[in-house]
Design a binder for this molecule. Structure first.
Ligand code: SF4
Length: 240
């Protein structure tokens, strides 16, 4: 669906939205700017890729706007409240992704057409915005571009393939992602453990079934690492 308004890419700094960014430019689609909601909890590689994307966009005359929750980082908010992000309630996505982006959209005196990076083989993740000032558009689905296709588009554009984005302490991290954080950023892994074990709901609630320390003992010994590539766990799923 198209019409008069502002066309904005909801940028997740992962594979899908990086490919979508390239596609919007290469195919000369209506595209005014990209917006990224920074929780303050990304791994360093994601912040590095954000700068790569900012440069690529600037070379093509587009801005990358970064928005944040006014209270500070998600990690600090969790620490203050002695909680971890909830898989069930998804308040972290709502308060640190969706609301800051929508607050920004409301500063624009126009209807928003929001490009979302759902790949064709992830069609089940499609979720249209419920906000009446936003219309969701899914070009990767419309063009039947899969995740593998996204990786090809990124490489062909001469850009690095981004690592999986999302908070280093995200409860949706799978074992491979935890392993990657543990091995690549032991300081961040320890901060995730501190958050989990400092939660007032620990050990009833944890960031990984059985707790992160158990994961290290049970799963990380003698198992080969795999590189984790993907989009942020909150992604378009929660762009309500
Ligand atoms: S990446 Fe995970 S922890 Fe961070 S906002 Fe999204 S769902 Fe919440």
């Amino acid at each position: 669906m198209t019409g008069e308004g502002r066309y904005i890419l909801s940028f997740g700094a992962g594979v899908n939205t990086a490919a979508l960014m390239v596609l919007l430019i290469k195919k000369r689609m209506r595209f005014d700017e990209a917006v990224f909601a920074d929780t303050g909890g990304e791994v360093p590689e994601t912040y590095e890729f954000l700068e790569v994307a900012r440069k690529y966009l600037a070379e093509h005359g587009k801005n990358l706007t970064v928005v944040k929750n006014k209270s500070g980082s998600l990690y600090d908010a969790c620490t203050r409240r002695s909680v971890i992000p909830s898989k069930m309630w998804r308040w972290s996505t709502r308060d640190f992704k969706v609301y800051p982006i929508h607050a920004y959209y409301k500063t624009i005196d126009d209807h928003i057409f929001e490009y979302l990076g759902i790949a064709y083989d992830e069609i089940h993740r499609m979720k249209r915005s419920q906000a009446d000032f936003v219309t969701s558009i899914f070009p990767l689905v419309d063009m039947r571009i899969t995740r593998e296709g996204c990786i090809r588009i990124i490489k062909k554009a001469g850009l690095p393939v981004p690592v999986k984005s999302g908070c280093f302490f995200c409860p949706f991290n799978n074992a491979d992602r935890w392993r990657e954080i543990h091995d690549t950023h032991p300081d961040l892994f320890e901060r995730a453990v501190a958050l989990e074990e400092g939660s007032k709901h620990f050990p009833r609630q944890n960031l990984r079934s059985g707790g992160l320390r158990n994961l290290v003992e049970r799963r990380f010994q003698d198992q080969p690492r795999t590189r984790v590539v993907g989009d942020e766990p909150c992604g378009a799923n929660c762009m309500v």
